[in-house]
Design a protein around this ligand. Structure first.
Ligand SMILES: [Zn+2]
Length: 100
């Protein structure tokens, strides 16, 4: 399971969420779906409505999970004695460009 996050506008005439499901403070702007893994690697999915700031938080969370996934893939290749230098270079450049 690769981390994924989707956002869309919601139908204000049919869906009337009062507050963001994540922070429970601000009015929601988007409906969202967040797909990730739990600590045991089992797929996890969460759907709801969120405000703009929480949407940013979800994107950053997906980025962190993607980084972890890359690191796991790199470790698995390395343990099988594959040359991971190109893979590692790509990962380091991608995340360095994001200031991480
Ligand atoms: Zn929020």
């Amino acid at each position: 399971m690769r981390p994924r996050v989707f956002f869309s506008a919601f139908e204000p005439l049919h869906e009337v969420p009062e507050a963001c499901d994540i922070c429970t403070l601000d009015p929601p702007i988007f409906s969202y779906e967040f797909h990730s893994r739990d600590e045991n690697g089992k797929a996890r999915e969460k759907k709801g409505f969120c405000c703009s700031m929480c949407a940013v938080t979800l994107v950053l969370k997906a980025e962190r999970e993607a980084s972890n996934l890359w690191a796991e893939e790199e470790a698995a290749l390395k343990s099988d004695d594959f040359d991971v230098s190109d893979f590692q270079q790509h990962r380091l450049v991608a995340y360095a460009k994001q200031g991480r």
